[in-house]
Design a protein around this ligand. Structure first.
Ligand SMILES: Nc1nc2c(c(=O)[nH]1)N[C@H]1C(S)=C(S)[C@@H](COP(=O)(O)O)O[C@H]1N2
Ligand SMILES: [Mo]
Length: 412
């Protein structure tokens, strides 16, 4: 046996013959494409929340210039958020093995001495700290959130949102510096060792080829993909996603037997408050306030829309057939019969971030946006928001408030 240096800073400590520019470049280019898609779909997901509309939607009040790109989220195609958020979450999970392999391939660089050879070198290493730290932070917070491990101090949104900007700034700088060389390395098929600080000076004999190691990381990604994507496809395929908390079979049977996010019990809804005697919908607008019982709502013109539920956590359902009163008809009832206004929706729920949400005028104006009373031909179940819930095309699930008690129309 050759003697093995004890310190990771010693040349010769890192012995894997797999490390080298080719391996790192291939993984880096996969991440270049993948992380860019994650960043764009993430920004899009943030915009879909209408965070610039009202403080009730916004848990990132200090976003400042980082919100420069916000735009009114459209109401079509109806599967829009299903698609963008399904891609964001599924791709994020799929890239985990690639990220880990990439970090493993460059770990010797973490220990290079001296820590800085020049000011430029010091700055470069500092940016790598933001890159690696930011990457691990974004992937970790994302995975924890979709696993419903709400362990964050406060809300997940500001952490993941601000973290994304830090990570992507460092990522973009890194890509500008490294991508051209990585492309050259992969193009030339430099599987033979070119001189590089990534290459072990005294490698151990190989037990697997570089190609084999790539297949290993790729295989891990494929496995994660196949056991995650079903939650976004829904229907019978949901069963193929055992790693996702909402990946099991749909609950129960019958018209209300589709995925539930938080149950009425979890949200602290008292069933007594939802009964015909107790419950009234309070609608406020330009001309005052009206109170409507469920029976009175049922006497208003009823409309149907086929719309999915699509959660920020990546799971979604196929279209469900909702029936109820159009939001814009309710707006007209309180004096907004011209241009549709924004609306603040509040539920019976007393605690929790999602007990209220603000919808934008374009969402109210869309004839498919309903205060739904029934789904798939049956009254809403308590867990799906009985006596009434909002359903809006193309919007994130969090805007589809359940157990609605109050609608306040007007500019927010
Ligand atoms: N009042 C209230 N409405 C709510 C929520 C909530 O926690 N409380 N969760 C929202 C979220 S995050 C989603 S994804 C959808 C899920 O609807 P479902 O449980 O009917 O599938 O409801 C939304 N409406
Ligand atoms: Mo959600």
């Amino acid at each position: 046996m050759r003697d093995h240096p004890r310190l990771p800073t010693a040349p010769g400590f890192w012995r894997s013959p797999l490390r080298g520019p080719w391996f790192t470049s291939v993984l880096g280019l996969v991440l270049l494409a993948g992380v860019t898609v994650l960043f764009v779909t993430g920004l899009v997901s943030y915009a879909a929340y209408n965070p610039d509309l009202s403080p009730v939607n916004d848990t990132t009040p200090d976003k400042g210039v980082l919100g420069f790109y916000l735009f009114p989220w459209p109401t079509g195609p109806v599967w829009l958020y299903r698609f963008t958020q399904g891609v964001h979450v599924t791709l994020g999970v799929t890239l985990v093995p690639v990220l880990l392999a990439k970090l493993w391939s460059v770990v010797p660089r973490l220990f290079t001495l001296p820590p800085a050879r020049s000011l430029a070198h010091a700055l470069e290493r500092l940016s790598l700290l933001l890159l690696v730290g930011g990457g691990l932070f974004e992937f970790t917070t994302g995975v924890l959130n979709i696993q419903l491990a709400y362990v964050f101090p406060g809300s997940f949104y500001p952490l993941h949102f601000y973290g994304a900007w830090v990570f992507f700034a460092a990522f973009a700088a890194h890509a500008v510096l490294k991508a051209p060389a990585a492309v050259r390395t992969v193009r030339r098929r430099l599987r033979e060792q070119p001189e590089s600080d990534l290459t072990a000076p005294r490698p151990d004999p190989p037990t697997v080829s570089r190609r084999g190691a790539l297949w290993l990381a790729g295989g891990g990604s494929l496995l994660l993909f196949l056991t995650t994507v079903g939650q976004s496809l829904g229907g019978p395929l949901r069963r193929t996603a055992p790693l996702a908390p909402h990946g099991g079979p749909d609950p129960g049977g019958g018209p209300n037997g589709f995925q539930i996010n938080k149950t009425a019990a979890y949200a602290g809804i008292d069933p007594a408050e939802t009964g015909a005697e107790a419950w009234r919908l309070v609608v406020t607008g330009r001309t005052g306030t009206v109170r409507l019982s469920r029976a009175e709502l049922l006497r208003l013109p009823q409309h149907s829309s086929s719309l999915p539920i699509a959660c920020v956590e990546g799971w979604s359902t196929a279209d469900q057939w909702w029936r109820g009163v159009r939001l814009r008809d309710l707006a007209a009832l309180v004096g907004h019969d011209g241009a549709a206004p924004d609306v603040l929706v509040e539920s019976l729920q007393r605690h929790g971030a999602f007990r209220r949400a603000a919808l934008r005028a374009n969402q109210v104006a869309d004839g498919r946006s309903l205060l739904a009373l029934s789904v798939n031909g049956e009254d809403l179940s308590l867990d799906h928001g009985s006596p009434a819930r909002v359903i809006v095309p193309a919007a994130p699930g969090v805007l589809n408030t359940k157990w609605v008690a109050r609608l306040t129309f007007g500019d927010l």
